[in-house]
Every structure is written in structure tokens, then in C-alpha cells.
Design a protein around this ligand. Structure first.
Ligand SMILES: [Zn+2]
Length: 275
């Protein structure tokens, strides 16, 4: 069994949506029993009931009542990273607010609002699941482990990032210190096409690292020297939280994105059905 925390006090986050540029708010409140639920016009829905899409530079959930919740990954990644598996999430506005582009504000708020929860049976991977992304050269796999371990590699042409690797066991402590503070990033070469797609309308110097051929433009300075790969780990943890329960397995990801993370989550869920 996995020890978990639950939300015991209400906590709200207010800010701008990174893609919509509109004011957004999300409130977390205690739930009944275990599980992450979304409070939507059609009722309360468990996170596992959502269709997940990761093709628009973020994670978009579509629930059975047709409600869409955009850019959930840093919020649910913060819940999962801290081991909080009982909460009701009420979004207001077109997406979850960006805050500072990382999971830090969410994690600090959630940590203050959480207390001991029920033990939960984690999802245990019993055999390897692995696949590649032929279009982008990415690879992702999960193999059995008694822990939730992640090895994540990113590789970019720009010298400002180059090749970065993160390897570690995800615990509430490592998450808060090593993963939650890592901010989202964008390459200067990507900005025009992102804006043309109607995305990134709320991007600003205080919620995204802008990276050109040689420099990461960080307000102040980088929080962690390899901030980009650690942000990828935050995204991965958030996307895998769509499974709906704690995970035990060793995940290896190379040049992965939201779409691959969410496909891994779907395959993990399918493997449970066929087990
Ligand atoms: Zn992200």
C-alpha cells in the first residue's frame, strides 16, 4: 500500500492562463475518500474518466459531460508529486492558471492544505511497456519497480540546453526540492508558430524561460542549472497522474512530450484491465 495525503483545507490559485492569456482560478477542497475529482457543470468526475490530449503544448482533459480543462499538468503533477490523492478540483476559467510556470506555487499551497490520508493500493507495473515516437525520435518505457523512479533525458540543438539527464526516485521531499521549482520553457524559434496556433497568449517573462541559441533568459537566474529537464519531469509526473492512483514503476523517457506521456498513461491503464 502507498501512504497518501489528502486535501483537508480549501486552497485557491488565481492567475493567467499561459495559452488563453485570460484570468483563471482553481480551487481545491477536501473530497470524500480517495481520488482526484473535478467539479464540473455535469457533476463530479474522477480524473481517470477524462480523455487526455497532449498535442497543444499542454495537457487538456475532456470529461464525460463535455467539459474541457486545459493545462492541468503542473497542478496535478504537484498533487501526485506530494502524494496527495484525495482532492476535489474546481476550475474557473478556460484553463488552470500558469502561476510562475512551475509547480512551486501549487506545491507550497497544497502542502499547507494537506494532511494524512488513507493508504491506497498503487498501480504496479508488472511487465515492461515501451514505445517510440517515430516522428520526433522520442522513446518512453516503464518497467517494474517497488518505487516511483524516473530517468528523463532531453536533447536540444541549442547550446543553452544541450543534453540534460535527470535520474531519481520521486518522493514528496525530492519532488518539492528538485522538481516542483522547475519552470516551463520555450525556444525563441518556436514562439512565432506557438502564437500563430493561438497558444501561449499568456506567456510572459515571469512564467516561462525563454531560451535562444546560447542563453536561457531567466528572470533573476536559473533556479536549478538543469531546470529544463526537471520541468520535463514535472510534466511527466503530471501526465502520469491521469492514471488516477499512485504509480510504482521505473519510467525512462527520452525526448518525450505530453502526447507520449499520456499515451504511456493510457497503456498503463489498459494493462491493468488486461491483468
Ligand atoms: Zn510543463
Amino acid at each position: 500500500m502507498a501512504k497518501t495525503l489528502k486535501i483537508i483545507d480549501k486552497v485557491s490559485f488565481r492567475g493567467t492562463g499561459i495559452h488563453s492569456g485570460k484570468p483563471c482560478e482553481v480551487m481545491l477542497r477536501p473530497g470524500e475518500g480517495s481520488g482526484i475529482f473535478f467539479d464540473l457543470p455535469g457533476g463530479l468526475f474522477p480524473i481517470g474518466s477524462a480523455d487526455c490530449d497532449g498535442t497543444r503544448r499542454g495537457t487538456r482533459l475532456t470529461f464525460p459531460d463535455g467539459s474541457e480543462v486545459l493545462t492541468v499538468e503542473h497542478l496535478i503533477g504537484s498533487l501526485a508529486g506530494l502524494g496527495v490523492w484525495s482532492a476535489v478540483i474546481s476550475p474557473r476559467g478556460p484553463e488552470i492558471p500558469a502561476m510562475d510556470g512551475s509547480g512551486l506555487v501549487f506545491s507550497e499551497g497544497i502542502a499547507r492544505a494537506a494532511g494524512p490520508g488513507e493508504d491506497m493500493k498503487p498501480v504496479t507495473v508488472t511487465r515492461e511497456i515501451a514505445f517510440t515516437d517515430p516522428s520526433g525520435g522520442g522513446f518512453i518505457s516503464v518497467v517494474p519497480s517497488d518505487l516511483f523512479e524516473i530517468t528523463c533525458m532531453i536533447k536540444y540543438e541549442t547550446k543553452a540546453i544541450g543534453c540534460q539527464v535527470f535520474e531519481g526516485v520521486v518522493t514528496p521531499e525530492t519532488f518539492l526540492e528538485e522538481i516542483a521549482p522547475a519552470r516551463t520553457f520555450v525556444l525563441t524559434s518556436e514562439i512565432e508558430s506557438i502564437l500563430e496556433r493561438g497558444l501561449g497568449q499568456g506567456g510572459a517573462a515571469d512564467n516561462v524561460l525563454v531560451i535562444d541559441d546560447v542563453v536561457m533568459h531567466a528572470p533573476g537566474h536559473l533556479r536549478i542549472p538543469d531546470e529544463p529537464v526537471r520541468h520535463k519531469v514535472l510534466d511527466l509526473i503530471g501526465d502520469l497522474a491521469t492514471v488516477g492512483t499512485p504509480l510504482r514503476g521505473r519510467v525512462v523517457a527520452y525526448r518525450s512530450g505530453h502526447d507520449m506521456h499520456l499515451e504511456l498513461s493510457r497503456r498503463i491503464r489498459r494493462s491493468l484491465l488486461s491483468a
